[in-house]
Write a protein that binds this ligand. Structure first.
Ligand code: 3HC
Ligand code: NAI
Length: 698
């Protein structure tokens, strides 16, 4: 029929196969091909039944996101679905892989759906800042009931085939989408099953129309965490139209809502983030044909906060771990923490009841670095001191097998210096996980001067295997994320000196969309970490230091930038802190003034963007979008703001340069001057986005 859609006959069943790699997205060609094939099969007197299936790794994974924002091309997806619904012959969707977004909407337009047992079905549009735009919000509630539908559509999370069968989203589980679907099709014909159109079947809406309470509760619980995002609320509204409006009217409203969100900055940012994450996976400087080294066992040195979390991440993915520390006590503490963590997850049904034991069985606790010997990857997570790291790496080098990757989880230290103590610097790489390492998605993969391409590829492949988002960065103090965070940290201190209070700064940042303000975050992490690091480097932050010197180390002492009631984590503004700030400023001869929210936002964020530009100049990050991915997945940057570099483009680089110049002068801080790259892009009317599309460097 077409390049991407084929029509074949299996006896009297017309099998329409979509073959549009990589994920059979609904491009104009696919849409046209499906509609033509359905029409052709209807016109062919020998056809009794129609199956729509996909070749390759998955059923249709949704609308083609790359077409969004371009002039629409016909036929529209809703026309294709209308064509399927109008078919006089039964149409069956045969699902494998993931039926997502427009893919599931197309399947919902079919009269029947079958799926293989490991298939997943969902409407993830919300993750792109959208509502489903081709009837999903109206047909899914009719298939599974409005309560489950609102949970699925607001969360964007798919359900598995077994649940889909139980809830009526699929009619049968089949062994294969080809023979199984055809066999099901023959049954439909033989049994003369009536064609079921979801658009006319309101049976699962009746109860909720009579009593809204269950639906209202499901919608409220699903939207509870939507923090500043408009799409989840719009999704819940759209599902409610299934209860309140005639089908066609609700479809029109859904479409209108979809188009409105499509042009909103939030969706633009979320779609950008989708592609940025995938772009980060494309490694530069790794020759084609490079193969990752096989990794079957991992050794983790240091069973502290990070080592234990990293071990959990590997065990969660079924990879066996040798966890090493200096003594039984340290080891037991780490293993105990892991067990407690998994037990808690099992207790709230996050994992099956027998999983904690299964995962613990994958962890082999040992004392002594000689136990790294059978590992294909060794990850060091000991104290953050160069002398200790060198000592540990010398020992690892002596015991690790040839070809093993030697990784460090250091937050700041020079990995070239660490690699130099080994006889195999080509095998040394940074794998910088974030705390808690079993939860946080980001892993900065640090490429040192001599890191071999296959080592880099192995580290990123492995990070993905344990479901982390890997971003390659270069060596510098703090790499990308912590380096920019340090700049923001200094700006926080500087704002307190100028006249702001911690609660004011935190309020501005949480309103911007961060889950927590930087001062509350500092209290949570413990203020002594930064204090000690400043002391080591001979740096003084007078207010931060005064807070620590007065014994306020954060939540653990119930006092930091805030005070905390016993047993509570809620930060409460403290007049004592205000006094400490004022006294320190007096001592420094600084006159404090009222600072407005706009100044706070600009001073917290623009210097970070400037640092991001410096990081790009130094080739520490390959592209602006990599920096954004780091901030999205490592530091809770709000997804609807795309990342700091994306946000910079939205504000306009010219504005950012002007404001940085203004602050550099006003605060007499030359570090705030725009970097040459930022200044050049601004003067040329350029953007960071244009650098994302630039040819590969390095
Ligand atoms: N449109 C265009 N390209 C897509 C795409 C889509 N819907 N989904 C994935 N791709 C591309 C990716 O960009 C990537 O391209 P690249 O190789 O050039 O980087 C390639 O397909 C493979 O994707 P992944 O690396 O993500 O592959 P995985 O196997 O890890 O995951 C997936 C597959 C689960 C399908 C995942 O890609 C995914 O979640 N895709 C998005 C699904 C989605 O959001 N669908 C809804 C779209 S909006 C919609 O349908 C609107 C409708 O209601 C009208
Ligand atoms: P931690 O103090 O909780 O744990 C360190 C562990 O290493 C301790 O159990 C200690 O006994 C063990 N250890 C020390 N010397 C050892 C040796 N010679 N052999 C074997 N084990 C040894 O420290 P944490 O927080 O886990 O940090 C570890 C590393 O991870 C540091 O480099 C840190 O910078 C980095 N990191 C920390 C993050 C955090 O938020 N805590 C985040 C990202 C990285």
């Amino acid at each position: 029929m077409s390049e991407v859609v084929k029509l074949a006959m299996v006896k009297r069943c017309a099998v329409i196969t979509i073959d549009s790699p990589p994920v059979n997205a609904l491009s104009a060609a696919v849409r046209g091909g499906v509609l033509d094939s359905v029409n052709a099969a209807n016109a062919d007197g020998t056809v009794e039944v129609i199956v729509i299936a996909c070749a390759g790794r998955t059923f249709i994974a949704g609308a083609d996101i790359t077409e969004f924002g371009k002039p629409p091309q016909h036929p529209r997806l809703s026309d294709v679905i209308a064509g399927i619904e109008a078919s006089a012959k039964p149409v069956i969707a045969a699902i494998h892989g993931t039926a997502l977004g427009g893919g599931l909407e197309l399947a919902l337009g079919c009269h029947f759906r079958v799926a293989v047992k490991d298939a997943k079905l969902g409407l993830p549009e919300v993750k792109l800042g959208l509502v489903p735009g081709a009837g999903g919000t109206q047909r899914l509630p009719r298939a599974v009931g409005p309560e489950l539908a609102v949970r699925m559509i607001v969360s964007g999370e798919p359900i598995g085939a077994a649940e889909a069968l139980e809830r009526g989203l699929v009619d049968e589980i089949v062994d294969s989408t080809t023979s199984g679907a055809v066999a099901f099709a023959e049954k439909v014909v033989a049994e003369r099953r009536p064609l079921r159109l979801l658009r006319t079947d309101d049976s699962k809406l009746v109860a909720a129309r009579a009593d809204r309470s269950l639906f209202t509760a499901a919608a409220a619980s699903a939207t509870k965490k939507s923090r500043g995002l408009i799409a989840p609320l719009a999704c819940a509204d759209a599902v409610s139209w299934a209860l309140d409006l005639p089908f066609e009217e609700a479809l029109d409203k859904e479409r209108e809502c979809f188009l409105k969100l499509l042009s909103d900055d939030q969706s633009k940012a979320q779609r950008y983030a989708f592609f940025a994450e995938r772009e980060a996976a494309k490694l530069r400087g790794v020759p084609d044909g490079t193969q990752p080294r096989p990794v079957e066992r991992v050794a983790i040195v240091g069973a502290g906060t990070m080592g234990s979390g990293i071990a959990m991440a590997f065990a969660n993915a079924g990879i066996p771990v040798t966890l090493i520390d200096t003594g039984a006590e340290q080891l037991d503490r780490g293993l105990g923490m892991m067990r407690k963590n998994w037990d808690a997850t099992a207790a709230r049904s996050g994992i099956a009841a027998d999983e904690p034991a299964k995962r613990m069985a994958l962890i082999d606790g040992k004392v002594g670095l000689e136990h790294v010997a059978d590992a294909d990857l060794v990850i060091e997570a000991v104290f953050e001191t160069m002398a200790v790291k060198k000592q540990v790496f010398t020992a690892i080098d002596a015991h690790a097998k040839p070809g093993a990757l030697l990784a460090t989880n250091t937050s700041y230290l020079d990995i070239n210096e660490i690699a130099a103590v080994t006889k195999r610097p080509q095998d040394v790489v940074g794998m910088h996980f974030f705390s808690p390492a079993n939860i946080m998605k980001l892993c900065e993969i640090v490429r040192a001067d001599q890191t071999a391409p296959d080592v880099l590829l192995t580290a990123t492949t492995l990070a993905r295997r344990i479901r982390k988002t890997a971003v390659v960065v270069g060596v510098c103090h703090g790499f990308v994320g912590n380096r920019m965070l340090a700049v923001r940290g200094w700006q926080g201190e500087s704002l307190l000196r100028s006249g702001a209070l911690p609660e004011q700064v935190d309020a501005v940042m949480t309103r911007f969309g961060l889950p927590m303000g930087p001062f509350a975050m500092g209290d949570l992490a413990g203020l002594d970490i930064g204090w000690r690091s400043r002391q080591d480097r001979g740096i003084r932050w007078d207010i931060a230091d005064a807070i620590c010197e007065s014994g306020r180390l954060g939540q653990k002492t119930q006092k930091g930038y805030y005070r905390y009631e016993p047993g509570s984590r809620a930060p409460l503004p403290d007049p004592e802190v205000e006094r400490l700030i004022e006294q320190t400023c007096e001592r420094l001869g600084l006159r404090r003034r009222a600072i407005d929210d706009e100044e706070i936002l600009e001073r917290m964020i623009y210097p970070m963007i400037n640092e991001g530009a410096r990081i790009l100049e130094e080739n520490i990050a390959a592209r602006p979008s990599d920096i954004d991915v780091i901030w999205l997945y490592g530091y809770g940057w709000p997804i609807h703001r795309g990342g700091p570099m994306f946000y910079a483009d939205q504000v306009g680089l010219k504005t950012i340069v002007e404001r940085l110049e203004f602050f550099a002068q006003r605060l007499n801080d030359p570090a705030l001057r725009p970097t040459p790259l930022l200044a050049r892009l601004a003067s040329e009317g350029g953007s960071f986005a244009s650098m994302n599309r630039a040819p590969a460097v390095g």
